[in-house]
Write a protein that binds this ligand. Structure first.
Ligand code: HEC
Length: 145
């Protein structure tokens, strides 16, 4: 009986050791999160993508983010303070995709995951990148996943 318990405990520590020993090598979940979306927009600068992104922006985003995507003069804007200035978006492309997919429902930014395909979100991003003002940034690793 004590021998059996002893064996069980050894196996337990052996398993624990294997898990900890392999963790730094695999790190699957973290790798996945970082690679969920690219660090820069694969469609940036693509003429057709920008054209379609412009169309999509003026269909879905313009009401809150404005004609110049600066959050000014929007239908729901003004004193309500709706719509961020997307010409100064600085979190990088990966975070852009995450924000657009999930929205910020507590702050009236709707989630677009059920409306727009990932490629369409890239197209909107490609359009917005053409408006990028000083201080904006469209590259870098994801910080929101
Ligand atoms: C109903 C209004 C509304 C619509 C429509 C809308 N947004 Fe927003 N969006 C907001 C608000 C409000 C914020 C600011 C949320 C906050 O303060 O965190 C925001 C924030 C964002 C942000 C984050 C900006 C930052 O600097 O962190 C992105 C990116 C964004 N919107 C993209 C889009 C895109 C792309 C579309 C169209 C597909 C869209 N939004 C449509 C209201 C809207």
């Amino acid at each position: 009986m004590t021998q059996h318990l002893h064996l069980q405990r050894s196996l337990f520590f052996a398993a624990l050791f294997i898990v900890f020993a392999t963790l730094p090598i695999t790190n699957w979940s973290i790798v996945q999160a970082e690679d969920a979306y690219p660090r820069s927009n694969p469609l940036a600068g693509d003429k057709a993508a920008i054209e379609n992104g412009t169309r999509l922006y003026f269909k879905w985003c313009v009401a809150c983010h404005g004609n110049a995507a600066d959050g000014e003069g929007t239908r729901f804007g003004g004193s309500w303070g709706y719509g961020a200035n997307l010409t100064k978006f600085w979190r990088g492309y990966c975070d852009f995709v995450v924000i657009v997919l999930n929205g910020r429902t507590d702050k009236m930014m709707p989630p677009w995951g059920g409306v727009l395909e990932e490629e369409e979100i890239s197209q909107v991003g490609a359009f917005l990148e053409t408006l990028a003002a000083e201080g904006s940034n469209w590259t870098g690793r994801c910080t929101l996943l």
